[in-house]
Structures are given as C-alpha cells and as structure tokens.
Design a protein around this ligand. Structure first.
Ligand code: ZN
Length: 168
C-alpha cells in the first residue's frame, strides 16, 4: 500500500504505535515545561527505534532555533552521519512552526505526526501551509491529532501558570 500520492495531506488512519511515540514526545514536553521552556516535545523514530528525543531548549541554549524538532533533527543527523533522514518519522506534540516545517522538508523526513494544531503559529495545516507551496520540494506524509487534547492541555496549563506568576 502506498501513501505517496497523498504526501502532504492530512491522514486520519493512525497506526496504534503512533500513540506510543507521541506519549514519548509528551514526556519530553513535560520535561521542557519543568525547565521553564515552552512545553513542546519531539521524538525522531528510525526503523522502529527512537533515535533522538528532545524538548524545547531556546532559553537554556540562548538559541531561538532550539525548538524540539530542530534538536531531534540535528541529533539524528549526527547519529546517522547524514544531512537527510528519509527513513525517519518525526513525532511532535504541536504543529510545527515555519522554521521547523522547513527543516523537516529539508531533512526529507518521511512522516510527520503532530499532536495539537497551532492555529496562530503552525505552518503545516495552518498559516503558510508550507507543504502545499511551490517552494516546497519535499513534503512528508502528515498525520495529525495524536493525543491532541493532552498535547494542547500541557501548553494551556503552562501559559495559564505563567500568566498567574507574572500577575497579569
Ligand atoms: Zn519550530
């Protein structure tokens, strides 16, 4: 069975295993939140094994590009000694932003699974819909809505708590 003709489109036929990898991404999101970072987590899966896992570290690394997706792509590329990851699938708790969506395309990642949609900042099914633009030379297969409520909940909690702390 081939999914290639549907590349870049939304799929609604989740494989059961995907939920488990999204659970691992959620663990990374929680860890990021405990570090004071925006709680978004990602895992990169290669041949059924987690090759890299990360949460956001933009504050800790003084690096606005240190999003979870970028960190797992960098680590996986180092491990595989390759600038491309064509046999890899990326799981992330929130719809990727334009920077990460582009990096996923450049890395030739096979499948992208994300949890919650990001209506304001997402670039896959919202905003620029990058994979449907002519500038995009590789679109991963996109599967969305995995553990959606959990992924959204952890972000909502984080921002609610932060607003509370700043007294606004
Ligand atoms: Zn990003």
């Amino acid at each position: 069975m081939s999914y290639a003709k549907n590349a870049g489109h939304r799929h609604q036929n989740p494989q059961p295993i995907a939920k488990d990898y999204m659970q691992e991404a959620l663990i990374e999101a929680q860890k990021a939140g405990k570090r004071g970072e925006v709680p978004i987590g990602a895992v990169l899966v290669h041949q059924g094994a987690i090759l890299a896992r990360a949460g956001n570290r933009t504050i800790e690394l003084h690096d606005p590009s240190a999003h979870a997706e970028i960190l797992v792509i960098r680590e996986a590329c180092q491990k595989l000694q390759s600038q491309r990851l064509p046999d890899c699938d990326l799981y992330v708790t929130l719809e990727p932003c334009p920077m990460c969506a582009a990096a996923i395309s450049f890395a030739r990642i096979r499948r992208l699974y994300f949890g919650a949609a990001d209506i304001k900042g997402g670039a896959v099914e919202n905003g620029p819909c990058l994979y449907h633009q002519p500038i995009c030379h590789h679109a991963p297969e996109v599967y969305s809505g995995f553990r959606e409520s959990q992924c959204a909940h952890i972000l909502r909690d984080f921002f609610k708590q932060r607003r509370g702390e700043s007294g606004t």
